[in-house]
Write a new protein. Structure first.
Length: 67
């Protein structure tokens, strides 16, 4: 399977925010849209920093302390 796990990286550390991610889309206003295999959707404040395809890991970076 090709699903990934999305993490939010903040000054406080890294936190898992969504599993089974199948769609990632940067938005115009400094946010990132995520959707998972079951149709759950989430919009996160931050920028798309890294996508590690081998590790199935998506890193979204935010300067805020938490989501």
């Amino acid at each position: 399977m090709c699903e990934s796990i999305a993490y939010l990286r903040t000054p406080a550390g890294e936190k898992k925010i969504m599993e089974y991610v199948v769609e990632v889309r940067p938005e115009k206003d400094g946010k990132v849209y995520l959707a998972d295999l079951l149709g759950e959707q989430k919009i996160v404040d931050g920028i798309l920093k890294e996508i590690k395809l081998i590790d199935h890991k998506i890193i979204i970076e935010s300067d805020k302390t938490g989501e």
